[in-house]
Design a protein around this ligand. Structure first.
Ligand SMILES: Cc1cc2nc3c(=O)[nH]c(=O)nc-3n(C[C@H](O)[C@H](O)[C@H](O)COP(=O)(O)OP(=O)(O)OC[C@H]3O[C@@H](n4cnc5c(N)ncnc54)[C@H](O)[C@@H]3O)c2cc1C
Length: 456
């Protein structure tokens, strides 16, 4: 594109252009008013504290160097048999481990979190990283992110002993370039929402059962849709005690190489195809008592706390997708000619792009606002953030599809992949309907109290 200005706007050197006018402002006016030359996308990042800005940049460099070039190949690769890993994905996992992207939830020397980022909530750090990864490739982002979900119950439910015994060796293996992935397993063939919603859980008959035996428990049953479960070396698995209901849910830290464990199958799913969604089968699988995390019958609380911690990063996945879709649409509008001029010169196209950018930045503002303070994330805020950001991101991706029209359905234009990937964020970590109900669950005390004002 060589034009000096967009159709319907003045060139920067026109006497009525704000850029030109602002240069003539007196000194005080120039201090109090700005006419920005800064890139639109950099505005938010320029406001980050320096250590986080550096971390985001590192994540972006990793994503552009390793994830972007592999995205299309892994998305189009034939559905792999359970337990096999595409060599490209394997090498990316190893490099991600070496660079600390699989161990950043704990500070050095236990994990890879730099000391200078310690003052900032780990969830905020995670949202910045996840946005960059999902902008590059949804599937690889999920492959890397699901591992943190698997580790989360060990951090939240354990004590220093648990962290030293279980988390530190996982992190050290990852940093050596020998990735030890951990999966998080709550969903069962009969319980998706029922594993995330108290009312549903109260009516559900658990499908994965732990029966006491000498020195531990025998697990039986099946979990499904477990991200990274096909490659995981260990998993945090939630099971009910024999003869009891969901209120007996207990978190077991299982070794996926132990007898009685089997990856039964993986799903051929519409998006995020670089990450496997596995069915895990347990047949009299022995788990020693000292691998119970957070105490017997404390699994429900641990599950809910884990989801509260992970729903804000899921919202930032949505920001990454919306951003990737918007960037692709902008590029398309700059180069695609319609009636002899680039699409971007049509003012209704400009309105379309302005809306996409505003939606994306509004989502990011919401996510950062919650993430910044998420030292002890609450369900109310995390769920709101998750359902709103992922719904809006889907809308932004639709807008990109509208703009690209028939070009949008071509795989090489990237938008159709983003469109398939973003849809899954509205399902996992609780469907968006369930997240709305989770928000209401926490709000109900205030809503029903007769003498308390209800403010939002
Ligand atoms: C790509 C992907 C990755 C995943 N990764 C993992 C993972 O790593 N670990 C894991 O454990 N799980 C994982 N899941 C499972 C995921 O968390 C569940 O799919 C999700 O919770 C929804 O459950 P469900 O699909 O069984 O839907 P269901 O619970 O069967 O719900 C069906 C429909 O009913 C609605 N509904 C349910 N209850 C209510 C209600 N009370 N009121 C109103 N509407 C209701 C739901 O919103 C939905 O529309 C993953 C799923 C996907 C798609």
């Amino acid at each position: 594109m060589t034009a000096s200005h967009l159709s319907g706007h003045l060139p920067a050197d026109h006497a009525l252009s704000p850029a030109w006018q602002f240069k003539r402002f007196p000194a005080i006016g120039r201090m109090l008013a700005d006419y920005p030359a800064r890139d639109l996308w950099d505005t938010d990042f320029a406001r980050l504290p320096a250590p986080l800005a550096r971390q985001r940049l590192r994540a972006r460099e990793f994503a552009e160097r390793y994830l972007v070039p592999a995205a299309a190949e892994l998305d189009l690769a034939p559905h792999a048999a359970a337990g096999t890993c595409h060599p490209l994905a394997r090498s990316i996992l190893a490099e991600a481990g070496r660079q600390g992207w699989l161990s950043y939830f704990l500070p050095r020397p236990l994990g890879s979190m730099a000391w200078r980022t310690l003052p900032y909530a780990p969830i905020w750090q995670s949202t910045l990283i996840v946005e960059e990864f999902s902008r590059a490739c949804g599937g690889l982002m999920l492959l890397l992110s699901a591992h943190h979900l698997g580790v989360m119950p060990l951090v939240l439910g354990g004590d220093l002993g648990t962290i030293l015994r279980f988390v530190a060796p996982v992190y050290r293996a990852c940093e050596r370039g020998d990735p030890h992935l951990v999966a998080f397993a709550i969903t069962e063939p009969g319980a998706g929402s029922d594993a995330e919603d108290g009312h549903g859980a109260s009516l559900y008959h658990p499908g994965v059962i732990a029966t006491p035996t000498k020195g531990g428990y025998l697990l039986n049953g099946r979990k499904c849709y477990i991200s990274g479960g096909d490659l995981a070396k260990t998993a945090t698995v939630f099971a009910a005690l024999q003869g009891e209901g969901m209120d007996s849910w207990t978190c077991f830290y299982v070794d996926c190489t132990a007898p009685g464990f089997r990856v039964a199958r993986t799903e051929l799913k519409m998006g995020m195809r670089a990450s496997g969604a596995a069915d895990l089968e347990f047949t009299d699988m022995f788990v020693p008592t000292d691998r119970i995390i957070g105490g017997l019958r404390n699994g429900w609380a641990l599950n809910r706390a884990t989801l509260n911690a992970s729903r804000i990063p899921v919202a930032s996945m949505a920001v990454g997708f919306a951003r990737a879709a918007t960037e692709t649409a902008v590029e398309f509008a700059r180069r695609y000619l319609l009636g002899g001029k680039a699409l971007i010169h049509y003012q209704d196209v400009q309105l379309h792009l302005a809306t996409m950018v505003a939606e994306t930045r509004a989502m990011r503002s919401l996510v950062w606002q919650e993430a910044r303070h998420a030292w002890r994330p609450r369900q109310l805020d995390a769920s709101l953030c998750k359902f709103h950001a992922t719904d809006r991101a889907q809308h932004v991706c639709e807008m990109a599809m509208d703009l690209l029209a028939d070009h949008g359905v071509q795989h090489e234009q990237r938008v159709e992949k983003i469109f398939r990937d973003v849809r899954l964020t509205r399902i996992f970590e609780g469907t968006n309907q369930i997240n709305r109900l989770s928000m209401m669950e926490d709000w109900q005390g205030q809503l029903l109290a007769p003498d308390r004002p209800v403010g939002v």
